[in-house]
Write a protein that binds this ligand. Structure first.
Ligand SMILES: C[S@@+](CC[C@H](N)C(=O)[O-])C[C@H]1O[C@@H](n2cnc3c(N)ncnc32)[C@H](O)[C@@H]1O
Length: 226
């Protein structure tokens, strides 16, 4: 199955909203750290339900927010979830961004990066469309150190790449971005049952669940265009 087909199915079955609810636990902290200034233009790559731009447009005066997604069904759902005039959603492949050089102040991407077939090409494209001083906020929960997320690859029919924290930093730099910061954001909202309730349907042990959500949570790597 192609990535587009997979996510078209997710959008049709309402999983886009499920992802939004779940990702919001840590996305809200990461989004609030983006140094958005009045009139900024923001790009959301692999936008899914488009919630990140909806949230930013409610708290900041954006000149424009554009969400790009490879799944037409995801982009269509995202359009239907908002009537904000300065936010739009478009279909496209994030390896070939249909935007002019230096046209964005910030790029946001959550839980989408690891679907790239050519991650360095994706980063190079992001570097190209960012203005000098512009930022990339890249949030992922599927990464090398968070070993209890590795099983996610078995639950989805498209290949995902598994980088370490160091590899994210190295590849950002290889694409011409400075690394401003890297941090992990714990998911404090997910409820973790007491020890005697394990195993659950999804988790073998309580320790595994704590490791996944509280210890490693979401990896946020922040790049800056020089
Ligand atoms: C796991 S979802 C995350 C959606 C949203 N960012 C969130 O936090 O809920 C990954 C999204 O990336 C999109 N995607 C995957 N590969 C893509 C590509 N090559 N170009 C554009 N979008 C892509 C998928 O269609 C999907 O909507």
């Amino acid at each position: 199955m192609s990535t587009q087909e997979e996510f078209d199915e997710w959008a049709a079955s309402g999983k886009d909203r499920g992802m939004e609810d779940h990702h919001w636990h840590t996305a809200k902290d990461a989004l609030s750290a983006i140094p958005v200034e009045e009139g900024d233009v923001i790009l959301d790559l692999g936008t899914g339900s488009g919630y990140a731009l909806r949230a930013l447009s409610q708290t900041h005066y954006l000149s424009q927010g554009i969400g790009l997604d490879g799944s037409p069904a995801m982009a269509q759902n995202a359009r239907e979830y908002t009537d904000a005039v300065n936010v739009s959603y478009t279909i496209g492949d994030f390896h070939h961004l249909p935007f002019a050089d230096e046209s964005f102040d910030h790029v946001w991407s959550m839980e989408a990066f690891f679907f790239a077939e050519e991650p360095v090409q994706l980063l190079t494209e992001i570097r190209r469309v960012l203005r000098s001083g512009g930022t990339l906020f890249c949030a992922v929960n599927f990464y090398q150190e968070s070993k209890h997320t590795h099983k996610y690859q078995d639950q989805i029919d498209v290949p995902m790449f598994l980088w370490s924290q160091q590899e994210y930093r190295d590849l950002f730099r290889e694409a011409g971005l400075d690394v401003a910061a890297q941090t992990t954001i714990p998911d404090e909202e997910i409820e973790i049952p007491p020890k005697d309730e394990f195993p659950t349907e999804e988790w073998e042990t309580r320790d595994a669940m704590v490791d996944r959500y509280r210890t490693w949570g979401t990896l946020l790597t922040i790049g800056v265009a020089p």
